[in-house]
Design a protein around this ligand. Structure first.
Ligand code: PLP
Length: 366
């Protein structure tokens, strides 16, 4: 007799984790393996932060602060926003999950782009909801299409800016248009995991709109430019009403004490973040130049990764790159067959990657 697992959970696909560095080292007998698959900040932690985090280990016999008060107060000051409008998650992934837990039930839907970050769909389906998917147009959100897709059962629209996996942006005009046209009882989630990677003149300060709009929620994370992916901490900023709902479903100790402290400290390293952003920006130009010179297509990116057109089946190129020690994401898995997504990291790794990639590209496209 089989167990009575919820029907919509049984229908979910099994989770398949990505390949680890160790796995690839062993499989191909490599000394150096570069993971350019999950858009982590490969520069590593800024000077001094590791020591500060290690200090916190002494206190782990206590449960963490259930309210995440220090980091919320700090973020409140940074953004000029009351702490009651801020929620901390074990990664912004968890905030997405809490949003769906609070807003989505059987029969409800979320409107999302196609392709997009897979967690929105997973979080919605897990609650018995469904998705309405609106294809990207020229690798960008189809703003009018997304709005037109909203129906009477829509509870949330998730937008990603910069978009993952395409790397494209949403303009301020587009954002204001959505905010203007979306019914006020539907939550607009702006997932801005790569916000800090966009140059200042390319960003929209969406947090400025929080005060005036109860149906806006902005998500940011410490995983990307702030280097804390392994600790799991991200946050949401929204209306008091929405945050209160999320807090009801949030588990009390959802964010570890180390993650809370590390995030707090990491905000002292704004210069580091600026340096990383500028370096990534420069390297993206190098990528574009090399790719253009070799007649290889790509999508200009506002984040720390680039979608590159490989023409042929991207799993073949992915396999060839693995043999040379580069783990990247084949577009087949991301909704972009014929493309690969590569994290832009340090100068040294970028140069190595571009050399190996252009060689393999030519061999595969002979
Ligand atoms: C990485 C990422 C996140 C969240 O990462 P967390 O580590 O859970 O904070 C959210 N959205 C997008 C689009 C991402 O790429």
């Amino acid at each position: 007799m089989s167990l009575k697992i919820k029907k919509w959970i049984s229908n979910l696909p099994d989770y398949t984790p990505g390949k680890s560095i160790e796995e690839i080292k062993n499989k191909y007998g490599l000394k150096n393996v570069y993971k350019l698959a999950s858009n982590e900040n490969l520069y590593g932690l800024p000077e001094g932060l590791t020591e500060k985090i290690c200090e916190e280990i002494r206190n782990i016999y206590y449960y963490p602060d259930a309210d995440c008060s220090q980091i919320r107060e700090k973020l409140g000051k940074v953004y000029g926003i009351p702490v009651g409008k801020i929620i901390i998650g074990s990664g912004s992934d968890q905030v997405i999950e809490m949003i769906c837990d609070s807003f989505i039930g059987s029969g409800d839907n979320v409107v999302i782009a196609d392709p997009t970050f897979p967690i929105y769909e997973k979080a919605a389906l897990k609650c018995g909801g469904s998705t309405i998917k609106v294809p990207l147009v020229d690798f960008r959100h189809d703003i009018k299409g997304l709005l037109a897709a909203v129906d009477k059962n829509t509870r949330i629209m998730f937008l990603t800016n910069p978009h993952n996996p395409a790397g494209t942006n949403i303009t301020k005009e587009e954002f204001k248009y959505v905010l203007d046209k979306l019914p006020e009882d539907i939550l607009l989630v702006m997932d801005e995991a790569y916000y800090e990677y966009a140059m200042p003149d390319e960003r929209i300060d969406t947090t400025e709109y929080i005060a005036g709009r109860d149906n806006l929620m902005v998500l940011r994370t410490f995983s990307k430019i702030f280097c804390l992916a392994g600790l799991r901490i991200g946050y949401g900023i929204g209306s008091v009403e929405a945050i209160r709902a999320l807090n009801k479903v949030r588990l009390p100790f959802n964010v570890s004490s180390i993650a809370q402290k590390a995030a707090l400290y990491s905000l002292q390293y704004q210069d580091f973040a600026v340096k990383i952003r500028e370096s990534i920006h420069k390297q993206k130009q190098i990528y574009y130049n090399v790719l253009e010179k070799n007649g290889i297509g790509f999508i200009r990116s506002y984040a720390n990764f680039i979608l590159i057109k490989v023409g042929i089946d991207s799993s073949q190129i992915t396999e060839e790159l693995l043999k040379e020690g580069f783990i990247i994401r084949p577009g087949e898995n991301l909704g972009f067959p014929g493309y690969i997504r590569v994290t832009v990291s340090t100068d040294e790794v970028s140069a190595k990657f571009l050399e190996v990639f252009t060689r393999i590209y030519k061999d595969c496209n002979k």
